[in-house]
Design a protein around this ligand. Sequence first.
Ligand code: PAF
Length: 283
Amino acid sequence: MSILTLRDKSSLFEQRAIWRAEGKRVALVPTMGALHEGHLSLVHQAKQQADVVLATVFVNPRQFGPTEDFSRYPRDEEGDILKLHAAGAAGVYLPTVKEMYPEPFRTVVYVKALGDDLCGAHRPGFFDGVCTVVAKLLLQVLPEVAFFGEKDYQQLQVIRQMVRDLDIPVEVRAGMTVREPSGLALSSRNAYLTTEERAIAEQMNKVLHRAATSILEQRMDVAAACDWGMKQLLQMGFQKVDYFALRDAETLNPVLDVSRPARLLTAAFLGQTRLIDNIAVNP
Ligand code: PAF
């Protein structure tokens, strides 16, 4: 069977009504396209949890700052549809910006505190854009379950909070970060990297692991390990490190030890390309 390609809200609502009438459990996998194995692993995971998987491909202008990469963000609609079909998604929703944000559009979904630091501090408005579009997608589709990757760990926690606060009737599930054999987390933005930059990017996950080991083996306290991690990334060739921080895995509050599950997170630039990664640090 071929994959349904839905381009406007009315065809989305019609299809949703058909699935509801058939008693189908629907899983949603929101994406910005330029799909890689990380996205496809979410589709595979979603297939285990639902009768039909609907992916969305929408490069959301509201989550890009004025000097960020919205216009050059990789786009490959045809390739994305083929990949989603091969992965077994039942449908893909590809709305235009106008369809998603008809003028005048005035609502912003803001999750306090959780979205204000780490990536939020360095990308003002980023999580407002993410939450606004994800809230819209969840309400348009009303899936039983929705999948988000752990690669964007802060995003995942912000979305969980928003879903709880707004009583959106959906179960949020996380998919583990998919990595290249080198440890480099798959990201659509890896396409921007030159060969030399890619070799530097591969160090990010290794530095996270070394810092985590130093903390767990109590060879360094948390502050010293994070400072070391930041300096290591700069030494390896990253030009700017936005943060290298240990946080509570759920609240994302700063932590000074690992008495509860924690997460070590970092964001750094290679040229114009901003890369993020994170790992679990468990007691
Ligand atoms: O993680 C992403 O690709 C995006 O932030 C999302 C969740 C699809 C919202 O645009």
